[in-house]
Design a protein around this ligand. Structure first.
Ligand code: SAM
Ligand code: SF4
Length: 326
């Protein structure tokens, strides 16, 4: 699927719940009024949207949330999406708290990759950031996942938590075959209240510490991360720099919220309400697919050229990250 600027759109993030078992300060510090179950897309509806998206050229799906693993039978959904013709990869981003419990089922369902969000390895800082004492549990699940999942990545939001914090994260990639990715904080939802480390500075500091750190030009997936390799390390270090390394001109993604709203940019509320199409009656399955396709084409065609995080007053998105899915 192409947008009006000629960008190929082949990646869709699907939020499957707006509930979460953590309270990250920059995302969902006080909890939210979770949506009513009937307002959230059912698995069959998500599969129908995915089938439509695949027929238009979406190849990669990423399940997100809220926390995807808190949704009952989430591993079954992975299986359902893997069965959609045209879909090549189904991956997930999780805070990792419930990962050990579901790892075996996720692997059985055919998960292609798991991103684990972990901003620190310091238990005290972790508790302060997330409201939970699960740091050690997440690290253990990460180590286990690295042995059984084809691709495992760590996502750490670049809060200014000090040098020791990023060093400990980077050094996870020394022995473990996992990519450690730093994500510049975006001014979405509560993220507006936090400053992000500038990745240009972070990279310089890292290069100073790790001699021979060089750009890694191998492809690590469909995302915008820029990777570096440190001599002797098993995994690579990635930077997702939405603010100081704007990548909108090559953006390949769209997002489906848990309530079935198709979003085309994190910064704006523009998109299409697919749930109302899925639930409109009476229509045949063919008519519904055609309406969905039309809504996809129209929304994608109008995908904004770029975000406006530099001028947050122009943002029209008012939802928080926990509702959008990151
Ligand atoms: N609960 C899952 C998790 O934490 O991976 C999935 C949903 S979470 C919203 C997805 C990702 O968005 C996490 O890696 C989180 O750190 C990131 N995130 C949340 N708010 C953000 C912000 N304002 N800027 C950048 N990343 C953010
Ligand atoms: Fe939950 Fe993920 Fe948001 Fe943290 S970042 S509150 S784990 S949805």
């Amino acid at each position: 699927m192409k947008d009006s600027l000629g960008r190929t759109i082949d990646y869709m993030r699907i939020s499957i719940t707006d509930r979460c078992n953590l309270r990250c300060r920059y995302c969902m510090p006080y909890g939210i009024q979770a949506s009513r179950c009937q307002d959230i897309l059912r698995f069959e509806e998500i599969q129908e949207v995915a089938a439509c998206a695949a027929s238009l050229g979406i190849r990669n799906l990423k399940l997100t949330g809220g926390e995807p693993l808190v949704r009952k039978d989430c591993c079954h959904l992975v299986e359902m999406l893997k069965a959609v013709p045209g879909i090549e990869k189904v991956t997930m981003t999780t805070n990792g708290v419930l990962l050990e419990q579901y790892l075996e089922d996720l692997v059985k369902a055919g998960i292609d990759g798991i991103n684990i969000s972990l901003d620190t390895l310091d238990e005290r800082i972790y508790a302060d950031l997330t409201g939970s004492d699960s740091c050690g549990q997440v690290v253990e699940a990460l180590k286990h996942a690295a042995q059984v999942v084809p691709s495992v990545k760590v996502n750490a939001v670049s809060l200014d938590l000090g040098r020791e914090n990023w060093i400990r994260l980077v050094e996870l990639a020394e022995k473990l075959p996992v990519d450690i990715r730093f994500i510049e904080m975006m001014p979405v939802g509560y993220g507006k209240e936090f400053d992000s480390v500038d990745h240009r500075d972070l990279l310089e500091e890292m290069k100073g510490r790790y001699k021979g750190m060089e750009k890694d030009r191998t492809r690590h997936g469909p995302g915008p991360a820029v990777y570096y390799q440190i001599p002797g390390f098993s995994g690579s270090i990635g930077f997702i720099s939405a603010i100081h390394g704007k990548f909108c001109s090559s953006c390949n993604r769209i997002r489906l919220t848990a309530k079935g709203y198709l979003k085309t940019c994190l910064c704006y509320e523009d998109g299409a309400d697919l749930r109302s199409i899925l639930r409109a009656e009476p229509v045949t399955a063919e008519e519904r697919q055609e309406r969905l396709r039309e809504a996809f084409r129209e929304a994608v065609w109008k995908k904004p050229a770029a975000h406006c995080f530099e001028e947050p007053e122009h943002m029209t998105e008012t939802e928080s990250m926990v509702s959008i899915g990151g």
